[in-house]
Design a protein around this ligand. Sequence first.
Ligand code: YXS
Length: 262
Amino acid sequence: MRGMGHVLTEHSNRIGTLTLNHHERRNALSAALVGDLLDGLHMMEQAKTRVVILRAAPGAKVWSAGHDINELPEGGRDPLGFADPLRTVIRRIEDFPAPVIAMVEGTVWGGACELAMSCDLVFTTPETTFAITPAKLSVPYNVSGLLTFLNRMPLSLLNEMAFSGEPIPATRAHALGAINHLVPAAELSAFTMAFALKVARNAPLSVTAMKRSVHILTAAKALPPITFEQIQGERRKVWDSRDYKEGIAAFKQRREPDYRGE
Ligand code: YXS
């Protein structure tokens, strides 16, 4: 087990494990933690890892609190731009040559929901909850992020989660096909490792080709430039708004936000 600041890495039997390990900030996806994740993934690609398991420390109550709110811009620019750490690590997981399994326990918030659902497989416990939170913070989620969710869950569930911002139980996400397996907490780690060993015994070139082909096919949404600009225009109204500043200020001041639609 190697420590990389906020992420622990382990590697055996061609299986790599990345453990989110920044409890003090509830594994918030800060630039520092994401940097450690990217370093771990780089090391695993060099080692020709055949499966990666992404998890939090055993018994963690919060798998990840999502984007580090302190690192969101104060306003006036896209809070989820292409180079943003969250966007960077999502793309890296999607591009990683081997399957990445999100082994999720505890509560999952905002961008961390997308991080988990950008993984190729999601194994959780029945007690796990997921909350898509942009509406709580007046953040305009971005196009590729919404596509990640739409590729993982039906529109009805995404609308419910995105508009309410409230946590939903993994049991509902599983019933609607967004989660691969619900496993009792005591068995989740062994279940995940057993599955990973099955994949690691298979032909890696075939697995990589299928992972990459499926990702290209699911990402292939014809989006004329004018349509993309129209969406960006809708998003700009939000990140330029008074409400956007209010959402971040309310979190930092630990109070309920007062949104006015302006
Ligand atoms: O007060 P200290 O300094 O100890 O710090 C506290 C929290 O401020 C900090 N922390 C965070 N810092 C930055 N970004 C975060 N997302 C974040 N979450 C937590 O960690 C320290 C311990 O937090 P505390 O005392 O609240 O822990 P808790 O166990 O009582 O509650 C855990 C949570 C996760 C329920 C609670 O921390 C929480 O509700 N966090 C915010 C969850 C959230 O709204 N995440 C969305 C982030 S924005 C995002 O992902 C996208 C941009 S979007 O919104 O578009 O989806």
